[in-house]
Design a protein around this ligand. Structure first.
Ligand SMILES: [Mn+2]
Length: 171
């Protein structure tokens, strides 16, 4: 299955719209890791599934979201309430409680992938306000449960593949 993961667009919907139109016929679902600064009734939420971030004024989003798709279950958090700038420990605790092996988070505005205790912690970076580069980033995940292989391909906001961040992992 294929997923698009974005985060931290902070009110700028341009790239979310563009990514939606580019991948509309290619991916199964869409994840947003919070700090959208968009209202609950924005039409983009018909496709993207989001959580609440520290900059979200809309109160209708959840702090954590379990996204179940086909036989897969993912945990999505923004991260400000899971101390993600300190460590993966709080996310790891919740992932183990929920029995998931993939967690998506945002908040740092820095794209990253870490695998600890059999759990992948994936941050797509910020779509519009990167802190480690000049151009925003997002992620395309291709998960194969038969082989337990995950391909993570990062792109910049202009849809150029970021080779140095992209890699495959075994679950
Ligand atoms: Mn943010």
């Amino acid at each position: 299955m294929k997923l698009i993961i974005v985060s931290d667009n902070h009110g700028d919907t341009y790239y979310m719209e563009e990514i939606l139109s580019i991948y509309e016929n290619e991916v199964d679902s869409w994840i947003h890791c919070g700090d959208s600064e968009m209202k609950e009734n924005h039409p983009l939420w018909q496709n993207y599934k989001t959580v609440i971030g520290n900059m979200d004024y809309a109160t209708g989003f959840e702090l954590e979201r379990l996204v179940e798709f086909k036989e897969n279950k993912f945990l999505v958090v923004h991260g400000h309430k899971h101390a993600v700038k300190q460590s993966n420990e709080e996310m790891k605790k919740r992932a183990k409680e929920e029995g998931v092996d993939i967690v998506f988070f945002g908040h740092t505005h820095i794209p990253s992938v870490e695998q600890e205790d059999g759990i992948l912690f994936i941050n797509p970076g910020s779509l519009t306000q990167p802190r480690d580069r000049n151009v925003g980033t997002y992620l395309l995940m291709d998960l194969d449960r038969d082989s337990e292989e995950v391909s993570l391909v990062f792109y910049d906001q202009n849809h150029n593949k970021l080779e140095e961040l992209s890699a495959s992992y075994s679950l």
